[in-house]
Design a protein around this ligand. Structure first.
Ligand SMILES: NC(=O)c1ccc[n+]([C@@H]2O[C@H](COP(=O)([O-])OP(=O)(O)OC[C@H]3O[C@@H](n4cnc5c(N)ncnc54)[C@H](O)[C@@H]3O)[C@@H](O)[C@H]2O)c1
Length: 344
């Protein structure tokens, strides 16, 4: 069986928690090299996951290895540079989100892919979690009536992000929203076309001198609806909850518990309430059973698996460079509005 020769660049948190485990579940790939400017980390990760080659420098790696696919898990500030270097070495690339920091960098990457005849795939992982995939299908098939909007609550524990003074998160355009904001952008753009108007409200609760704000309300308005978002960095927990609102029913997605429930109470009477509670319990119990008994693949596993398949079958990447660019375009609007309003 032909196997793709793969290298991972950036051996930090997401590479170890999600990407390397995802490759380890796929048969037709060989993870042959780990590269990180922190050579000790690259060695440690290579030894833990039995990756044969170690590099601390990308150009050295490209000089010595004949690679098919490179998985880029470095900070967003250098996504475009590393991505273009990999494509100029004839490699398909997987990019962690955000694809790049601005639209013009995305355009250069898309150009480079075309010139080198390779594909870009961006990890918009949340859109590939099973409840999200099911929600897309239900909306498309008309199960919620007409789609009229959505809301997203995304919270990241303060100790994981906002408290870390020297972290690269704070040096992104928009600071911390540059890190988790791309999730709201690509989740919203799945349902709302041509997002072209944004509003931002921000507050500072924790008063860290390095983070001007830590609690955000963001509105994303497109041709067909509005997405209302809370991005919170003050709580002590992770939550990713999404409500998708239709004229006949609403979908509730809990992307921590990986459960989708559908709600459509038509009458405010005792009888329907009982039916509503029972319906809820059955939906949650069914979702839990599927999660416990079914396959445990989550968003990143599924995007990487589909991309590898698409390379063998000359197909289209599950998240193309153009789709990655769209999320970056939305984030660029949000950051411009935020900076203008708060004079940052
Ligand atoms: N999809 C998600 O849910 C999710 C979650 C976390 C992070 N991410 C994304 O993953 C990417 C990496 O995030 P992380 O949390 O793993 O960061 P991290 O800081 O833990 O790891 C990044 C690694 O890249 C290395 N690095 C930096 N410059 C390099 C270079 N020039 N060559 C080689 N290695 C280099 C660093 O030494 C570090 O080990 C970011 O784009 C981030 O937004 C996505």
């Amino acid at each position: 069986m032909k196997k793709l020769k793969v290298a991972i660049i950036g051996c930090g948190l997401i590479a170890q928690e999600r990407h390397i485990p995802a490759f380890n579940k796929i048969e037709n790939v060989d993870l042959i090299a780990a590269c990180d400017i922190n050579e000790n980390l690259a060695r440690e990760v290579a030894s833990k996951y039995k990756i044969p080659k170690v590099y601390s420098n990308t150009s050295e790696m490209f000089k010595n290895e004949d690679l098919d696919l490179v998985d880029i898990c470095v900070p967003p500030q250098i996504h475009a540079a590393v991505g273009i270097e990999a494509m100029n070495n004839s490699c398909h690339i997987i990019m962690e989100k955000p694809m790049a920091l601005n639209v013009s960098d995305c355009d250069q990457m898309i150009e480079s892919a075309a010139k080198n005849n390779v594909e870009i795939c961006v990890i918009h992982n949340k859109n590939f979690h099973k409840p999200f995939i099911k929600a897309k299908k239900l909306v498309k098939e008309g199960h919620i009536g007409e789609f009229v909007g959505m809301r997203i609550f995304l919270s990241t524990p303060h100790w994981d992000m906002i408290d870390l003074e020297d972290h690269w998160y704070h040096k992104l355009p928009g600071g911390v929203i540059g890190e988790t904001g791309p999730h709201m952008a690509y989740m919203s753009s799945e349902f709302i076309k041509n997002i072209n108007e944004v509003e931002v409200l921000a507050e500072n609760h924790l008063k860290h001198p390095w983070a001007p704000n830590d609690d955000f309300r963001i509105e994303l308005k497109g041709d067909n609806a509005i997405s209302s978002v809370i991005l919170a960095y003050t709580p002590n927990y992770w939550i990713c909850d999404i409500d998708i609102i239709g004229t006949d029913a609403m979908l509730r997605l809990d992307l921590n518990g990986m459960i989708l429930t559908k709600h459509s109470l038509k009458e405010l009477k005792y009888g329907p309430f009982v039916k509503y509670y029972l319906g809820n319990i059955l939906q949650v119990a069914g979702g839990m059973l599927k999660n416990v008994l079914g396959d445990k693949k989550i968003g990143t596993d599924l995007v990487i698996e589909e991309f590898v398949d698409s390379i063998f079958n000359n197909g289209k990447a599950p998240v193309t460079g153009e789709e990655g660019r769209e999320a970056v375009r939305i984030m660029q609007m949000v950051v411009e509005e935020y900076n203008k309003k708060y004079k940052l």
